[in-house]
Design a protein around this ligand. Structure first.
Ligand SMILES: [Zn+2]
Length: 324
């Protein structure tokens, strides 16, 4: 189902750094790909918009956020060590020991995350979790002046990792949340472009989801596009990992098909449409009972909205692709 060229595009999209507010590079990649089959534009909030059948009706919006979590340089000390703050929600333990790719003023700068060695810690501190303020990035600089030749306070970075192929049609990547959603909505639009119906279909790669409390880019784009229906694609947690609490999070395993969110914050009409279509086409799916989920809460528009958790992450990195 997924062509070799689409898979190659997905991997380029996943590997291009784009923390919230700094997502212009993957957004440009997305627009360049969209321009091969759709009308493309962008807006002041950085959202990328691709339209097929622009004079059609009704308007259906498909949205996935293109930003990812990252870090931002907050301070550079006299020894040239870079102190950082989070962009988006981090478990700081994930950062310890990682290689980091900073988007510096003259190009990418690489470093490693350091923390106080366990050998010199007091015994009572050894079992304590690290706070992000306990960590720093070492880029090999000898002084603040040396570091400032390459980076400045306010530069952003991501974990330096590339997408890897795993067995059983699975991949691992740092940015699956939610580059995969931005990819899926564009792939859906690509397929619609080969046989358009009556609807104006708009795919949007939205910005700033990981940090925004007022809707981020999705709110701006929904207001501008004015859809009658919107489907939001984001990741959710698979529960086939050791220690998962299925009573709280449901039973969702990688390879089990899309997860449809159902609940007070989503449209029962759109939910029923997707459920019935999946049943008719024999597409397996599972249902997630919605709590106060972030993406749909932020996606405020008059449209009927459903958050379609189409691909799931396990340990936030692994997803399964379907290939023929
Ligand atoms: Zn997300």
């Amino acid at each position: 189902m997924l062509s070799d060229s689409s898979l190659a595009f997905l991997k380029r999209l996943l590997d291009t750094p784009g923390p919230s507010g700094f997502e212009s590079a993957p957004a440009k990649l997305w627009r360049d790909e969209a321009a091969t089959f759709a009308d493309v534009s962008n807006d002041v909030a950085g959202n990328s918009i691709a339209i097929v059948n622009p004079t059609g009706s009704p308007t259906i919006m498909l949205a996935g956020h293109i930003d990812e979590i990252g870090v931002i340089i907050t301070y550079i000390d006299d020894d040239g060590c870079l102190f950082i703050g989070p962009i988006g929600g981090w478990d700081p333990q994930v950062l310890v020991g990682q290689r980091i790719r900073i988007m510096g003023k003259a190009g990418d700068v690489y470093g490693v995350i350091g923390k106080k060695p366990i050998h010199v810690m007091k015994p009572e501190d050894r079992k304590k979790a690290s706070d992000i303020s306990d960590l720093w990035i070492d880029i090999g600089a000898t002084s603040r002046e040396d570091a400032e030749r390459l980076v400045t306070v306010g530069d952003a970075g991501v974990i330096d990792s590339r997408t890897i192929d795993l067995p059983n049609g699975r991949i691992a990547s740092r940015s699956i949340d939610d580059r995969i959603g931005a990819f899926i909505v564009l792939e859906a639009l690509r397929r619609y472009s080969t046989q358009p119906g009556a609807a104006r279909v708009v795919a949007v790669a939205t910005t700033q989801e990981e940090i925004a409390y007022q809707g981020g880019g999705a709110r701006v784009s929904a207001t501008r596009i004015g859809p009658q229906m919107a489907i939001v694609v984001d990741v959710t947690h698979a529960t086939d990992y050791p220690g998962a609490d299925k009573k709280e999070h449901g039973h969702h395993k990688i390879g089990g098909g899309p997860v449809l969110t159902r609940g007070s914050i989503v449209s029962p009409v759109v939910y029923a449409l997707l459920r019935d279509t999946a049943t008719r086409l024999s597409i397996p799916f599972t249902i997630h009972a919605a709590g106060p989920g972030r993406t749909p809460m932020r996606f405020t528009s008059p449209a009927r909205v459903l958050r379609l958790r189409c691909y799931r992450s396990r340990t936030a990195t692994c997803t399964r692709l379907t290939r023929s």
